[in-house]
Design a protein around this ligand. Structure first.
Ligand code: B12
Ligand code: SF4
Length: 530
């Protein structure tokens, strides 16, 4: 067998496919703007940067191009990794690579959380690649044919490698990710971030971030960059150092990028920080709101959100030009008959269009999972995905445990909220509200070529949403209202209007699946449900 550490070893890196019905997989919007998938596979580009650089790499993202037999014929070694919804995809890549006689290396969040499921792979490289990939390479050099590598050590982000952005085609994606920090200081019961990455927010240095921006710039990338951090403001001291550095670099380079990220809701308390984000053109921020009910937040230990009026916080962020996308959860212990109503009011009053409402999912290796297990409530095989067509993300595969309220009531509430918030009239009401509140000051200006592409996309959108029976009138009314009341916010409002195409499709799918599940509970009876 070939010594795999040799120069020229051909390494196939595969990102397996996500379901088209996932909340995050807005393929219709990709089609309108001429891309194939929303987000580039940052984890695997990072892995490529950590593997021996004398190797030859091919990164195939099955979300943007088909994975072919010839790719396996080409390869000496295959690497794959990913999250829970990619489980079946990863299993089939392992099988296929073996059929072609290639050793397989797996890593990433799901193999790290449940390595027992991936023992058919030759090498399990778990946890943070910065720590475990060197262990794997060392073993490979000694001629090992298999191995499992895990470490309690957390990666020193100040020594992180620049991801191999050169391995993808930028035009396939709407956004490219970069990572500034890992970990989060909070301690929410259902969260696996703190288990995987710890409660200390470890950051890169401003110089590293500037180097990554410069690399993307030199490779010709322009446009949307997503900071994929678990909580961008988790290290408040450091984030205030990196933002001025980004501003200085952007000033010199004429603002070639605009940004989005994830943050805890206390962002709204810090106007200085909000201004710094506005100054470098942050346009979207995803916030885990989960529920507006303090009693439930307390039980879930989501202390960051306690006593914070959501509508006020969201409005503050709008006033700095950033659209708020929110994560919401139904299915917590302590919920009542009022929960659905409270949730609807919170989403509608704050104008959050992109409201990702899921049922509570006890992710493997979380405090919640351990508690439910102790209480005898966690279902067996609760985190093995069998039905790839229906088990997509927590919007369709949550509640993997016995609920305190009757399960059927939780599901009824779930459908009720989804139906309400993704009803065209209610959705467009929120888009109008956000469009009026938002105070953007966009710095990034697309090139003439990109502008032409965007104009084409806008016309396509007008044809699709503006002349549809369901949304036609609402679409034009929203656009006109925002043109009259807050012209500066017309571009983000158009984006929100576009996203409805995806949410409409996705909500119908969720309602259908959940209704089926409810029927099956009615037939089998709640107590037999497992
Ligand atoms: C950005 C992001 C997304 C983006 C983009 C995803 C993409 N295309 O890459 C979007 C928004 C689309 C997304 C969606 C979802 N996500 Co997500 N996402 C993230 C996030 C915040 C960052 C991912 C990232 O790029 N990290 C930076 C890179 C460098 O880290 P990494 O990928 O972990 O890779 C490192 C190691 O894991 C390892 N590694 C990774 N792969 C491999 C492979 C090999 C061979 C080796 C050796 C090592 C290795 O080495 C890398 C360097 O250390 C993570 C949280 C996190 N901190 O990672 C959640 C996370 C990965 N997502 C998660 C989940 C559950 C989802 C969703 C199912 C629902 C949700 N929570 O939103 C959906 C499903 C996606 C879909 N389309 O169906 C979970 C996964 C949990 C699990 N146990 O599997 C995480 C951990 C967060 C969470 N708790 O919600 N996600
Ligand atoms: S704030 Fe978000 S990332 Fe931090 S512990 Fe809570 S759920 Fe996890």
């Amino acid at each position: 067998m070939k010594n795999l550490l040799e120069k020229g070893t051909r390494c196939l890196i595969v990102q397996s496919e996500f379901s088209a019905f996932s909340f995050w997989n807005y393929v219709d919007i990709c089609e309108i703007v001429g891309a194939k998938y929303p987000a580039a596979p940052l984890g695997l580009m990072t892995v490529a940067a950590l593997l021996p650089q004398q190797w030859e790499f091919k990164l195939i993202d099955a979300n943007v191009e088909p994975l072919l037999d010839e790719h396996f014929e080409w390869a000496d070694i295959v690497c794959t990794g990913g999250m829970l919804p990619q489980q079946q995809g990863m299993f089939s890549i392992i099988d296929k690579a073996h059929r072609y006689g290639c050793p397989v290396v797996v890593g990433g969040p799901d193999p790290t959380s449940q390595p027992q499921l991936y023992r058919s792979a030759d090498f399990l490289v778990l946890g943070e690649g910065e720590v475990t990939i060197p262990m794997f390479i060392q073993d490979l050099g000694k001629g090992s044919k298999s191995g499992e590598y895990q470490s309690d050590e957390k990666a020193d982000m100040t020594r992180a490698a620049i991801p191999r952005f050169d391995l993808i085609r930028f035009q396939d994606y709407i956004q490219v990710g970069i990572q500034y920090s890992r970990g989060c200081p909070f301690n929410c019961e259902f969260c696996d971030i703190i288990e995987l990455y710890g409660r200390k927010s470890r950051t890169k240095t401003p110089e590293q971030i500037i180097n990554e921006l410069q690399t993307l710039y030199d490779l010709g990338y322009r446009g949307h960059i997503d900071f994929v951090d678990d909580n961008f403001i988790g290290n408040q001291k450091n984030v205030k150092k990196v933002l001025p550095a980004i501003k200085e670099w952007s000033d010199v380079n004429n603002y070639p990028f605009y940004f989005s990220t994830e943050s805890s809701i206390n962002l709204a308390d810090d106007e200085g920080l909000l201004q710094m984000m506005k100054d470098v053109d942050f346009r979207f921020v995803f916030i885990g709101i989960e529920t507006p009910e303090d009693e439930i937040l307390k039980l879930a230990n989501k202390t960051a959100n306690l006593n914070i009026p959501v509508e006020k916080a969201v409005n503050k962020i709008y006033s700095y030009g950033m659209i708020v996308n929110g994560g919401f959860i139904i299915g917590f212990d302590n919920e009542t008959d009022q929960t659905a109503e409270n949730m609807i009011k919170c989403i509608q009053d704050s104008g959050i269009c992109m409201a990702m409402l899921g049922t509570l999912y006890a992710l493997p290796n979380t405090q919640l999972t351990r508690r439910l297990k102790r209480e005898g409530r966690l279902f067996e095989d609760s985190s093995t995905l069998r039905e790839t067509n229906t088990e997509i993300d927590q919007m369709t595969s949550g509640l993997n445990f016995a609920t305190t309220r009757p399960r059927i009531d939780v599901l009824k509430d779930y459908i009720r909220v989804i139906k309400y918030i993704y009803d065209p009239k209610h959705y467009y009401q929120r888009a109008t509200y956000t469009g009026i509140q938002l105070k953007p000051d966009y710095k990034y200006k697309p090139t003439a070529r990109k502008m032409l592409k965007l104009t084409k996309a806008f016309l396509k959108l007008c044809a699709k949403a503006g002349f549809s029976k369901t949304t036609g009138w609402l679409y034009w009314k929203t656009l006109l209202t925002v043109i009259v009341k807050n012209l500066k916010a017309i571009e983000p409002t158009v984006n929100l209007a576009a996203m409805f195409i995806h949410f409409h499709k996705m909500s119908k799918f969720i309602i259908e699946l959940t209704t089926k599940e409810m029927k099956s509970i009615e037939m089998t009876g709640e107590e037999k449900y497992d």
